[in-house]
Design a protein around this ligand. Structure first.
Ligand SMILES: [Zn+2]
Ligand SMILES: [Zn+2]
Length: 79
């Protein structure tokens, strides 16, 4: 049985732009390979954040306000 990779997001810390992590099926190895489509925010040209800056947990939702693991409010949600 093949388990799909968990949904993860990258978020721009400046403008809030977000994108879901992509995945594709690797037929030869019978696994899903994950990849990020963008390496820069298309609006601000800065590197998106892909994990909690406090505990390195993945970002599970595009509009998440705080980390599910450590409870820390994401810096881009604070203002
Ligand atoms: Zn941005
Ligand atoms: Zn965290």
């Amino acid at each position: 049985m093949v388990v799909k990779p968990p949904v993860r997001f990258q978020v721009c810390p400046q403008c809030g732009w977000s994108e879901e992590q992509g995945h594709r099926w690797d037929r030869r190895r019978q696994i899903y390979k994950t990849f990020w489509r963008s390496t820069r925010c298309p609006n601000c040209d800065v590197e998106p954040v892909r994990e909690c800056p406090n505990c390195s947990a993945p970002i599970p939702k595009a509009d998440a306000d705080a980390c599910e693991r450590c409870g820390e409010t994401y810096p881009w949600r604070k203002d």
